[in-house]
Design a protein around this ligand. Sequence first.
Ligand code: GRF
Length: 229
Amino acid sequence: MSRSKLLLGFLRRTCYNNESVSDQRKFRLGILGSGKGSNAAAIADACASGEIPGEVVVVVSDVENAGILERARARGLEALHIAPGKLRARLDETAEASFIQALQRAGVDLVVLAGFMRILPGGFLRTFANRVVNIHPALLPAFPGLEAWKQALDYGVKITGVTVHFVDQGIDTGPVIAQETVPVLPGDTPETLHARIQEVERKIYPASIAALARGEIRAQGRQTVWKRV
Ligand code: GRF
């Protein structure tokens, strides 16, 4: 076969069959979570629909029977339980090494925390420097830490919301990637407010990850810069 025919065949295969050269290595996401996994499910579905130009290559939980693992398996994704070790709130050294190994073996480009309830040690964050993101159910820096929707309700604010941010050594202190408000309504309970916050989470997290996958977000000190295309 002539060189031009070979080239034409290659171009047809790569450009016209819904597959481009850049599709050959998709942006690889590793998701960590401890809970029911509604964010992880939304992210996996956004990858499947093409909203995120990437794929979930592994889902890891520190909780053996967590819903997030079930939801991952139901979507045919690799789902691993790794025991968190002997410390109450953070991964111990052995667990940290196992988490790093699982994520590296899967070749992840981005580590996505989706309701992961353990503090990540410095070694983990250095290994994936600027490549770990989290979603927090409040408008940071207000109400960091646990049950942020309940903190907001107890405080009496009229507006709370959702923050997507890079993860640094502090608790919910990393550079902000995106935020969206959620009104606190008269008669809200912790459950109703959290449910409305989670609806927003399931949109803003996939949208932020899609922009990261397209290389449209850059961290610059405490700021993040979005390249609008
Ligand atoms: C979300 O509300 C998220 O903001 C917080 O943990 C919760 C996880 O929920 N970090 P799910 O497991 O994704 O449903």
